[in-house]
Each structure stands twice: as C-alpha cells, then as structure tokens.
Design a protein. Sequence first.
Length: 218
Amino acid sequence: MSEETTDLSAGPRTVADLDLKPALEAVLMVVDEPATEEHLAKILQRPKRKIGDALRELADEYAVQGRGFELRLIAGGWRFYSRPEYAPAVEGFVLDGQQARLTQAALETLAVVAYRQPVSRSRVSAVRGVNCDGVMRTLLQRGLVEEAGTEPETGAILYTTTNYFLERMGLRGLDELPELAPFLPEAEAIEAETLEGVPSFDPDAPDADADDTTTTEL
C-alpha cells in the first residue's frame, strides 16, 4: 500500500474535516433537547448559514425517503422525532401504557399560563376560580413553567412557559399556539368577575385541586 493511500485511509483529523451531514446526524442522535444552529456551527466549526442549509436539506431528504423519523425545527433548535403516523409502534415499544400524565387541573392551569404569560399565581387562580398553588408547583417541577420576575404593582412572582413546554407541544414558538377566543369566549368576563375576590394564597397550602383525579396525556 502506497504512502498516499495510507494517508487517505487515516481519515479526518479535525471536526472541520468531517462530512457535514453525517456529522450533524451523529450529533443530533445524542442531544437531550433541540440544538440551535449557532451551537451546531460552533461544535462543527462551520458557518451558521451552511449548518442551516444542511439541516433543511436533511429534513427534506428524510421526507422524500419516507423515513420513520423526521428532523424538525422546534423551540428554536433542531432534533429528531418519530413521524406521527408511526406513533402506535412507538407507544407500543417505549410507552407500554406508562405515559406521563397531567391532571385536567394541571392542563387547564398550564393553558392559562401559556396564553396569559407572564402571569401571577393569583391571576391564574382567578381565571380558574380555584387555588392553583399546588398545580403550579407540579408544573414547575415538570419543567413546563418557570419564574420570570415579579409584578411591579404587587411584587407577585410571574410565570411563563419554558422551551421544554414548546418542545413537548411541538411548537416553534408561542405564536403557533391556536387562537383562544373561539374556545373560551367568556374567559375575559370570568376573570374580571373573580380576580378581585381571589386571596393571596399560601404557596405551601394544600391544593384545592388535589381531589381532581382526572388525568390527560400531555
């Protein structure tokens, strides 16, 4: 074997020498959350535009090939997901009836935060008409909401949804949330009537929704 052949078989010596698309696939196979184009450009030592073009080409290639997975831009980053039409196969193998669930109360509270953010606990409670402190703690623990400063007038802690929420919902951003008005036309009136009468709840008090055992998949 010639010296030239030996040198070629030695393979790439740096990240910048790697073929871009296979390198992207390798990285995206191990990410725990959607990877941004900026981060991928830094890791793979390529221009951001080149990274973005390659990602979109890969996404198109997977779609044309009819693969069981797809590459999506979600919550500001890229990640592999199984295609929706193969959900029964994935559920049967991975979930096996053990889907993580949220109570109906938690889903309602999460919806209020998503549409009213940044929002305080008292305002969430006003919209729902019950003490939501326990449910809010659950959403915080699940990483679906987070603290986002305080309300200037009252000093109450404000809450917003997280990137994990966007990821779980399959949204690129909050602007992709469906319009709320057609579903809750009286929401504003309900809140206006109840907000003034809602007390400042003790964050450690028992949750008024504790007896709500209805569960729904996130």
